[in-house]
Write a protein that binds this ligand. Structure first.
Ligand code: 26Y
Length: 817
């Protein structure tokens, strides 16, 4: 096995065992005689943590003395998943630990699965941030992540009678991976008002006074790189009342309850992750979260910069801040406030520093997901920031006016302030104006933002401000950790694990595409991964599935634009066709299991209805004696990162079937293909680049193109002869007939297509989807040809490493080495 560096702690299994025992008996104060798997997990995690911490301290010390330009990745979400397996693989002692654990009477998998997921995110954006941290450390970039230490991560999903029920995710009762830094705190101000006056030199001074303070306390988590000593830091802020545990004046005057209430009010700020991933709702508490986190992080960043005693103009040479979507956009006016009000810089100098410091990544073109905050709310909560935003806007309006004197409409279109009632602050515009680079997350998406939401800004700033960085995934977690046998097979052919640090080396396995032994092993690994998922499905859901069936998987947040409804309507159509067949005909059919998984935002009724329909269809189909193994429908409860590690290696086909132009990139498409699955997909997001890399013979594309979407939508509403596809009409007929339970429960879903304009083009793409699924059935029959496609695809996935992606950010946006 590969070893990272000369060991600083345990080197042998005996030393490892004694470390584990020491931690169980002393750190955890548990007796070895009733040591369960939870205690074993604790002991192992602490043993590995000790090793990580040494390198973590060294990395931070090295960086403090070299004082290079640092990257700060501001993201409200980091979907880290579990840390132990990752730590073992990155430190490179998993084999030693496995042996040692065996002697102590435990199985590695059981111990690993004791850990709760760190689920501080909703979906793709949060997981992308986690992959980026892994790559930043692996590539030795001096980088910090900044986020909130939510007490509750994304809710746990339970399915009760086919419906989603949300359960709070309290994940912190035992978390060995975080280190509270009670000495690293920042007082963050809210509310109050601004007093302006002239100083002796005649300069305008603004003072933000009164209001209330909430204290941010830092909690740090080590982020180990793979094959390197670099161990970076993820800093999470937790909120607490700023006067210590109690407000002593109130406490002493007998207002005990009031003082505790204030404490709780402060703690509410970092209490819970908002579970919406596409609908912006303008809640005051979310704005408070955003400012609390931006203010604490910027204070921290500025404090670190000031230690170097460099001039302010050096700030952008020392600091690059990446905004993960608009959620941290308040960092822009906050840095302005620090530079103007606290450091006394002039506007122009401050603004130039700000623009050079920030980069902004956009993850969506859906209008309902673009953040806007009402002016009265910002005025109330952050009065000084609102003034600064107005000043930024005023300067910007002057600039636009000078450069586009003939286009008077332009001013209203690009103003940061939307002239609605109430007025709104458009955060995406503020982010564009305050950054030096704006990037989308896949080629199509980066092109689309230039022609839609940011069209005018391309005219104003020129096209060079806008760029593309196609997303990637870390091959350490999504290949090596999730699919160790495949990783080992590849390593055996490539002469080692270098491909995990340079994924383009994968191309060398294409030479083995005709190698009998290799093919056999590759196929066996896929089968074993399907057996693993089948076993999980039986244990978790009591549904037996045959691992020889074609495994068809769609796992992602539930959203109309991602079109799980298209998938389940397709499943119903397949079921109806099977029912129509004679027993003889059925014998020729390719058996299939349709797996679904994903959470619906708690307030998103249509998404919840889709989950309900999937479960109702499963209840009918899975118990139909005519059907048997020919079709099974499984809804995998509570899809999360650790489940994705079991699911992604087990697909034959995965579905990435969003309405063209709506999915910015998608990243699970990459995970499935890297693990030897094929894709059915639309020409959307990164599917397009995946096709370019692996070849169009190796992917099943269908459906309308993004350039046709607008016309189709228009036709639905105005042409008058919009007719539902006849096959889809047949599906609707059986739903209406109550075949899957009370039809009324699904009427809104059906009517969104039949009566309300089919915004997501389900009917337009249905026939093409069904035809393509038939092609897949036929293709799967030729197992040898299928295997060739999967091996070829894996070998061509090198481009989609998040390492490539991070190197592009470093060069094009951050200017760091
Ligand atoms: C404003 C708030 C409601 C909000 C919160 C979370 C809005 C959006 C989100 C999360 C968005 C998200 O996860 N976007 C996904 O980002 C991935 C990484 O770039 C993309 O691959 C994926 O296509 C995109 O939907």
């Amino acid at each position: 096995a590969w070893k990272k560096f000369s060991a600083t702690e345990f080197k042998t299994k005996d030393e490892f065992e004694s470390e584990v025992v020491k931690h169980i008996e002393t750190t955890l104060a548990r007796s070895l005689f009733n040591c369960d798997e939870a205690a074993a997990y604790g002991g192992v995690a602490l043993a590995f943590r000790d090793r990580l911490v040494i390198e973590w301290n060294r990395t931070q010390q090295r960086q403090s003395s070299a004082d290079p330009k640092r990257v700060y990745y501001l993201s409200l979400e980091f979907l880290m998943g579990r840390a132990l397996d990752n730590a073992m693989l990155n430190v490179g002692m998993k084999d030693v630990a496995k042996e040692g654990l065996g002697e102590l009477g435990f199985r590695m998998e059981d111990v690993i699965s004791q850990e709760r997921d760190a689920a501080l995110g909703n979906g793709g954006l949060g997981r992308l941030a986690a992959c980026f941290l892994d790559s930043l450390a692996t590539l030795n970039y001096p980088a910090w992540g900044y986020a909130l230490r939510y007490k509750y991560g994304i809710f746990k999903q339970e399915i009760v009678d086919g419906y989603q029920v949300e359960v709070p995710d309290y994940w912190l009762d035992f978390n060995p991976w975080e280190f509270p830094r009670h000495d690293v705190t920042v007082d963050v101000q809210f509310y109050g008002h601004v007093r302006k006056y002239m100083d002796e030199s005649g300069k305008q001074i603004s003072v933000w006074e009164d209001g209330e303070l909430v204290t941010a306390v830092a909690y740090d988590a080590p982020i180990p790189g793979f094959g390197t000593r670099t161990t970076n830091n993820l800093r999470l802020w937790s909120s607490k009342a700023s006067h210590g545990e109690f407000d002593f004046t109130k406490f002493n005057s007998g207002e005990y309850e009031a003082s505790v209430a204030e404490q709780q009010r402060a703690e509410t700020i970092s209490a819970v992750l908002y579970p919406n991933d596409s609908l912006e709702r303008g809640k005051e508490l979310r704005l408070k979260q955003q400012y609390f986190w931006c203010a604490a992080s910027l204070f921290d960043i500025v404090r670190r910069f000031k230690k170097s005693r460099k001039a302010w103009k050096e700030f952008p040479n020392q600091v690059a801040i990446q905004l993960n979507d608009t959620h941290p956009t308040l960092a822009i006016p906050e840095l302005m406030r620090i530079l103007l009000d606290q450091e006394g810089l002039e506007w122009d100098e401050a603004w130039s520093i700000v623009q050079k410091t920030f980069g902004y990544t956009n993850h969506t073109v859906l209008p309902e997901a673009l953040e806007k905050w009402s002016v009265p709310l910002v005025q109330h909560l952050l009065p000084r920031h609102l003034q600064i935003i107005y000043d930024i806007n005023l300067n910007f309006m002057h600039y636009v006016e000078r450069n586009f004197p003939k286009d008077r409409e332009m001013l209203g279109r690009v103003s940061i302030i939307e002239e609605s009632t109430p007025k709104m602050v458009r955060m995406a515009y503020l982010a564009v104006i305050g950054s030096h680079k704006v990037n989308g997350v896949a080629e199509l998406h980066s092109d689309l933002i230039k022609t839609t939401i940011f069209k005018d800004f391309v005219k104003i700033y020129g096209p060079d401000k806008f760029t593309n960085v196609t997303n990637g995934i870390t091959p350490r977690r999504w290949l090596h950790q999730a699919n160790p046998r495949l990783s080992e097979l590849i390593a055996s052919k490539l002469g080692g694990y270098d491909f995990l640090r340079d994924l383009t080396l994968l191309h060398k396995i294409e030479a083995y595409v005709d190698d009998k032994e290799f093919r056999k092993e590759f196929q066996e690994i896929k089968y074993a991964n399907k057996v693993r998922l089948a076993k999980y499905t039986k244990e978790a859901h009591g549904i037996s599935v045959n691992p020889s069936s074609l495994f068809d998987i769609q796992v992602k947040r539930i959203h109309e634009y991602k079109r799980q409804q298209l998938n389940i309507f397709g499943v119903i159509y397949r079921y109806l066709e099977l029912k129509d067949m004679s027993p003889e005909e059925r014998k020729k059919v390719q058996p299939r299991v349709s797996f679904f998984g994903g959470k619906a935002a708690p307030g998103y009724w249509m998404a919840k209805t889709i989950i309900h329909l999937i479960n109702q269809v499963g209840a009918v189909v899975n118990n139909d004696k005519d059907i048997g193994d020919l079709l099974k429908v499984v809804f995998l409860e509570d899809y999360n990162v650790s489940k994705a590690e079991i699911i992604c290696p087990a697909s034959d086909i995965s579905e990435h079937i969003s309405t063209a132009g709506t999915e910015a990139s998608g990243t699970s498409n990459m995970k499935f293909v890297l693990n030897g699955g094929l894709v059915i997909g639309t020409c959307d997001g990164a599917n397009i680049e995946i096709t370019r890399e692996i070849g169009e013979d190796n992917i099943f594309l269908f459906g309308n193109l993004s350039e046709d979407v607008e016309d189709l939508r228009h036709a639905h509403t105005y042409s008058g002869d919009f007719a539902i596809d006849p096959k889809l009409e047949r599906v609707f007929a059986v739903i209406r007939a109550g075949r899957f339970g009370d039809a009324a429960q699904f009427s809104a879903l059906v009517n969104s297509i039949v009566e309300h304009g089919d915004y997501y083009l389900v009917s337009d793409d249905f026939a093409s989807y069904i035809d393509t699924q038939k092609l897949i059935d036929a293709a799967y029959k030729d197992q040898e040809a299928w295997l060739t496609k999967t091996i070829t695809s894996v070998s061509r996935m090198g481009f989609f490493s998040s390492d490539r992606c991070i190197d592009e950010y470093a060069e094009m946006i951050w200017n760091v080495e």
